[in-house]
Each structure stands twice: as structure tokens, then as C-alpha cells.
Design a binder for this molecule. Structure first.
Ligand SMILES: *Cc1c(COP(=O)(O)O)cnc(C)c1O
Length: 370
């Protein structure tokens, strides 16, 4: 046994010299935060990369999501998925809104449009779907439901940075999309996030909200928070964005290697590529069905013994968290519950060695029946 560990993710970093060059001007200006030159530069770089008109940067994705829910003035119920990270539902609840959980699709694990409409009532104000693992939601069907009922659509696009369908980026759908630039995401600013949005009038509101509701030198018009991205994080983003396409191309090779070793094996279910979608290969989820012959937890443990740290992501379901389980019943979203009990996301990052991918796959397959 050696004690080398393979973690589920490894943050992308630019060459050190490139970062140093990017932050050198900060030593001249002494401008460390509050929407300085790096902040403005990253905002415009992102507009270009994502092909959108409106972007506001934040200290993290979660604050961005809370902020956009508040800035849109939403009240009442929000239909969302329990198959996500804590942030999605927490943002709804922390903004005084009521989450209503709809089930997910068994193929790509995004919100199932057919489960949404029966949950809409006169108190419903919005739909908050998640592009899980970078799989694009059924954006047309969701928009159609929203239009018929006068609902806003806010995407949790934390997993979907860089994803495009027929050349259109994930940022273009719905009324707004939240991206996370956390260290573990495909594109990172160490900690950070952004909202892309359709209505340009939201821009001032979002920027003021992240700076205490200050609207002028001597005016504070509303009770905002503090959620500004600082100059060092913005500089990290500027550098990482230059290398992003290269990073995604490397992740693609890792994903293809996993696929070539695991696809078609009895009891192993992988996400299928979506038609017309250029993926970002953010995660590599594997679902273990009964016919595999070993449970998800057994596979997780066997990988752990080899120093491989896969993740049970997403498990538990949000509706089963201690803070929510008395209010919700996860048996109402059986597909989500089933996937959560069977899924494992495998190590996935640009510099993962192919020999490690092979070792991970052999370890998994050795647990199976065939
Ligand atoms: C990472 C993540 C978030 C939160 O983003 P932070 O930048 O960490 O605040 C929200 N939703 C999902 C699905 C995520 O994966």
C-alpha cells in the first residue's frame, strides 16, 4: 500500500508567474476590493466568454443566488429539486420563500418538467432548476410552463460554466442563472460567483445589494448585504479563464477514458451525452444498479481503501437533511431518492492521470458480479 491519495477534485490554477503579473498593478493602485479594475475586467471577459449582456460578480455563488432571488422581489413558493447541493434550497428558505420539491428525470437527473406543472398553484412565483453535473435542463419545457403561469425561472448553473448547446451558453436561459466559481468548480476564482440575467434593470440593484444597499455617496436606499468579489479573486478568474478551454479539453479525455472502461458494464449507469451540447465534464457520476452486484457504499469503501476519494454527491437528498426532514417527505420524489442512494461521482480534474483512471475503473469493476 502507498499513501498517495486521489481526491475527487483538484483546483485549476494558472502558472504562478501569470498570476503575479496579473496582480502586480494592485501594488500600484492599492485598490484591493470594491469593484476595481480587475473586477471590471473579469466582468467584461465573462460577458464575452458566455455571450451574455448582463453579469454581476459576487463573493460566492450562494450569495449571488440569494441576492438575485431578493432583487427579483419574489414572494411565495419556488418549485425546485431536492437533488442538488445545500445552497439551492437554503437560498430559497433564507430569502423567506417556500421550496416545493419536484422529482428529477432518471436519465440526466435534472428537474422533470412533467412533475412541475401539477405543483403550480396561485402562490407559486418561480422555478429554480439545477443543471446537475453540467447536464442542461429541459430549458424549453421549463420556460413553457413558466410562461403559461407567469413564473420566473432562475437556474442554479453552478455546475454548468462553459456548457453550450448549439453554440448558446447555459447562461442564456431563463430570467437569470447563478454560477459558482468556487475552487472545486470547472472555472474558479478561489471563491466567487456570478449572476447572468435578462433584465438589464437588475444590474444596479444587484451591485448595490452586494455593497450594503449603498446607492450614492450619502444615500443608502435599502438593506443590502456585503458580497463583493475582491480584486485578487477577480485576477485569479481572469487568468483561469484564459486556460479554461484547454482545461475542459483535458477533462474530456478523462471522461472518455472512464466511459471507455465503464460503459456497457452490467449494472453501471452513466449519463448520456446530450444532443448538441458541448459539455464541461465537471463531474463523472456513476449510478450502481442492483445488477452490478455491489452497492454504491461498497464501491465507495473499496475505492477508499485504495486512497481514492469519490463522493456520494448528492447524498443525502436536501429534503432528508436534518434541518428539512420534518417539513418534507423524500418519498414524494422517488427518482431523486433512488439516484441519491446509488450515485457516486468519481475523481475528475484536468490533470488526473490516465493510469489513475484505469486503476479507479479496475477497482470498481472488481467489486461487480461479472
Ligand atoms: C457550488 C454550488 C453552489 C454554491 O456555490 P458557492 O460558490 O460555493 O457558494 C450552489 N449550487 C450548486 C449546485 C453547487 O454545486
Amino acid at each position: 500500500m502507498n499513501d498517495r491519495k486521489i481526491l475527487v477534485t483538484r483546483s485549476s490554477m494558472p502558472p504562478l508567474e501569470e498570476y503575479v503579473e496579473e496582480i502586480a498593478p494592485i501594488w500600484e493602485s492599492h485598490w484591493l476590493t470594491n469593484m476595481g479594475a480587475e473586477h471590471r475586467q473579469l466582468e467584461s471577459d465573462l460577458k464575452r466568454y458566455l455571450g451574455v449582456e448582463n453579469v454581476a460578480l459576487f463573493v460566492n455563488g450562494h450569495s449571488a443566488l440569494e441576492c438575485v432571488l431578493e432583487a427579483m422581489g419574489l414572494r411565495g413558493k419556488v418549485i425546485t429539486t431536492p437533488y442538488s447541493f445545500a445552497s439551492t434550497t437554503h437560498a430559497i428558505v433564507r430569502k423567506g420563500l417556500t421550496p416545493v420539491f419536484a422529482d428529477i428525470k432518471p436519465d440526466d437527473y435534472t428537474l422533470d418538467p412533467e412533475r412541475i406543472e401539477s405543483l403550480v398553484d396561485e402562490e407559486t412565483c418561480a422555478i429554480l432548476p439545477v443543471h446537475v453535473y453540467g447536464n442542461l435542463c429541459d430549458v424549453e419545457a421549463i420556460q413553457d410552463i413558466a410562461d403559461r403561469h407567469g413564473l420566473k425561472v432562475i437556474y442554479d448553473a453552478a455546475h454548468a460554466f462553459g456548457v453550450r448547446r448549439d453554440g448558446v451558453s447555459a447562461a442564456a436561459y431563463g430570467d437569470a442563472s447563478m454560477f459558482s466559481f468556487h475552487a472545486t468548480k470547472v472555472f474558479n476564482t478561489i471563491e466567487g460567483g456570478a449572476v447572468c440575467f435578462r433584465d438589464p434593470r437588475l444590474k444596479d440593484r444587484l451591485d448595490q445589494w452586494k455593497n450594503f444597499g449603498i446607492t450614492g455617496e450619502e444615500t443608502v436606499e435599502f438593506v443590502g448585504g456585503n458580497a463583493k468579489m475582491n480584486e485578487f479573486c477577480a485576477a485569479m478568474g481572469i487568468c483561469n479563464l484564459r486556460h479554461l478551454d484547454e482545461e475542459i479539453a483535458k477533462r474530456r479525455l478523462v471522461a472518455e477514458r472512464y466511459r471507455s472502461r465503464l460503459e456497457g458494464r452490467a449494472g453501471i449507469k452513466l449519463c448520456l451525452p446530450q444532443p448538441g451540447v458541448a459539455q464541461n465534464y465537471a463531474y463523472f457520476p456513476v449510478v450502481f444498479e442492483d445488477s452490478f452486484g455491489a452497492t454504491r457504499d461498497e464501491v465507495f469503501d473499496s475505492l477508499g481503501r485504495r486512497g481514492v476519494f469519490a463522493r456520494k454527491y448528492f447524498f443525502p437528498l436536501i429534503s432528508d437533511y436534518d434541518c428539512y426532514k420534518d417539513r418534507f417527505d423524500s418519498s414524494e420524489t422517488p427518482v431523486a431518492r433512488e439516484i441519491a442512494s446509488r450515485v457516486l461521482t468519481l475523481p475528475m480534474f484536468a490533470d488526473l492521470d490516465m493510469s489513475d483512471v484505469d486503476m479507479i475503473c479496475s477497482t470498481i469493476l472488481a467489486q461487480g458480479r461479472s
